[in-house]
Structures are given as structure tokens and as C-alpha cells.
Unconditional design. Structure first.
Length: 142
């Protein structure tokens, strides 16, 4: 179970990097500290892009069954930075099999919070059609 969570957090960190965010803290990180709780909720990633901040969470099947999920999403999506009071983006990472269910849940979130939420599918990409053993073994440096 923990390996799946670790892999999902790693894949969500990759999405943050693609969006141009610098990871400040993350769960299951080797060199970065664990993020502190936001309110009473655990988060997976806290990231920064210039003066904008983002919170990242991954949702699993168990999280969908939680009765406090809607409250958690609304609370995290309505956070603001301490001094500039600018909104903090909530990036929710879900596996593709749960994407439609989470999308339906997000429709129930209040509009003020919904505009700060980005839903992302976390997919493990593989190299299609390329077998590592069949790659040419060219010498790059002699």
C-alpha cells in the first residue's frame, strides 16, 4: 500500500515540475521535509512558483469512501497565503480509474473553492515499442 502511495506522490511531483513549480516539501521524500498538516488534513506536496503556492494531494479508493472528502477539498482549496492573501492552488492527483468519480465529487464543491482546484490523472508512462535490451549499445565516450 505504501509503495503505491509513494509512486503516486512521485508521479504528482512530476506534474508539479511540468507546471513549473518548485517542490518545497513532500511526503516520502529523501531530501525534502514532510509537509506539515494544513488545518487538520494531511497533504502530500507543497510547492512554489514565483509568488504562487500550490498544495498537492493524491486520492485513493479509500479516500473516496471517506465522508469528510468534500470538507477536505473545500478547506484545502480555500487556503490563502499568510501575507499577500493570494489563493493557493489545490492540485488533486488521481489514478485514471478514479478520475470520473472524483470529477463528479468536485462538482459538489462550492464554486469559490472549485476555481482553485486542478484535477490531474497520474499515469505511469512507459516507453512504448522500445525494449531496453534491443537498444544499440553505442559507445558515447571513449
Amino acid at each position: 500500500m505504501e509503495l503505491d502511495e509513494r509512486k503516486n506522490v512521485d508521479l504528482l511531483v512530476n506534474h508539479f515540475w511540468k507546471l513549473g513549480y518548485f517542490t518545497v516539501s513532500r511526503r516520502f521524500g529523501t531530501y525534502l521535509p514532510e509537509p506539515s498538516k494544513v488545518g487538520r488534513f494531511d497533504v502530500d506536496i507543497i510547492a512554489k512558483q514565483k509568488n504562487k503556492y500550490a498544495i498537492g494531494i493524491t486520492l485513493s479508493e479509500d479516500d473516496i469512501q471517506d465522508t469528510n472528502l468534500l470538507e477536505k477539498l473545500e478547506f484545502l482549496a480555500t487556503r490563502k497565503t499568510k501575507y499577500s492573501k493570494s489563493p493557493v492552488t489545490l492540485i488533486v492527483g488521481v489514478q485514471s480509474k478514479l478520475y470520473k468519480r472524483i470529477k463528479n465529487i468536485l462538482e459538489k464543491v462550492i464554486p469559490e473553492a472549485r476555481k482553485n482546484i486542478k484535477l490531474m490523472q497520474i499515469l505511469e508512462k512507459t516507453i512504448d515499442g522500445v525494449n531496453i535490451s534491443k537498444r544499440s549499445n553505442e559507445v558515447l565516450f571513449s
